[in-house]
Design a protein around this ligand. Structure first.
Ligand code: PAF
Length: 281
């Protein structure tokens, strides 16, 4: 894997690749790579000629009191994982180069960012949209890959690239899970042994909701209450939100019909985890 730590060099490299007629697949990450990231890299490997992974812990998407300072890092491990999955370039820009003094431009995707995670993390998606737009400008991907675990993020990025006529295809791939169902996340490393056990309750609650919908329940309140009950039985769990929404506009659906996104954020100890499921009625 070729390590590139400078914006100009990455931009140059992409320009050369494009001139050579090569397609670029891009997997933006904040590092501490896991199998979820690797499934995106493997897809990129299949569809495009050159695969670029970025690693950048983006300060603009962390709110006050969040885990920016302690976000896990292990660049040696990331290099190894990236190589094994067949990535070609690891782009790791510095904060001072991404946000130099006087930096002043931010992207606000309206409406989609005001619900779900946007309620408890009001600046988060502005930071995500901004950094992804910057990374797209530098890497110039033909296809960019995101995980469905961050369903709202994926919806926001799709909307941004559509609204701003960005010449990039956005592909969203299924959630990668541990054997017991916990969605893979770099933040899972924060969990103690007892918390790790309780963390399975997110997937259990989603399964319970799916079963209820499949059994004919159409009242989102009943479904959400069932999920809340299950989660309340875990000592380390505290719900931030559970909502049942339309996967495109993220607005509540009452009564349930069509495509449905069941989305949730739950604190397990001090760690905020998100998960979701999509159901078609
Ligand atoms: O999903 C993530 O890891 C981040 O939000 C992203 C897309 C890399 C932007 O910083």
């Amino acid at each position: 894997v070729k390590l590139v730590d400078n914006i100009q060099r990455m931009s140059m490299l992409s320009k050369i690749l494009k001139k050579e007629g090569k397609s670029i697949g891009f997997v933006p990450t904040m590092g501490y790579l896991h199998d979820g990231h690797m499934s995106l890299v493997r897809a990129a490997r299949q569809h495009t000629d050159v695969v670029v992974i970025s690693i950048f812990v983006n300060p603009a998407q962390f709110g006050p009191g969040e885990d920016l300072q302690k976000y896990p890092k292990d660049i040696k491990h990331d290099e190894e994982m990236a190589g094994l999955a067949g990535a070609d370039v690891l782009f790791c820009p510095s904060i001072s180069e991404m946000y130099p003094e006087g930096y002043a431009t931010y992207i606000n995707v309206e409406h989609l960012t005001e619900t779900l995670c946007g309620k408890s993390r009001p600046e988060h998606f502005r930071g995500v949209a901004t950094v992804v737009a910057k990374l797209f400008g530098i890497v110039k991907p033909d296809i960019a890959y995101f995980g469905q675990k961050d369903a709202q993020q994926a919806a926001v990025i799709k909307k941004m690239s559509e609204d701003l006529n960005m010449d990039v295809e956005i592909k969203v791939l299924p959630i990668a899970r541990e054997k017991d169902g916990l969605a893979m996340s770099s933040r899972n490393v924060y969990l103690s042994a007892a918390e790790r056990k309780d963390a399975v309750c997110l997937k259990e609650a989603l399964d319970k909701a799916e079963s209820a919908i499949k059994a004919g329940e159409r009242d989102p309140k009943v479904i959400i209450n069932g999920m809340k009950k299950l989660i309340a039985s875990k000592a380390n769990a505290r719900i931030d939100y559970i909502e049942v929404v339309d996967p495109k506009n993220l607005r509540p659906i009452v009564p349930l019909s069509g495509d449905i996104l069941i989305a949730m954020a739950v604190f397990i100890g001090n760690t905020r985890l998100i998960d979701n499921a999509t159901v078609k009625i």
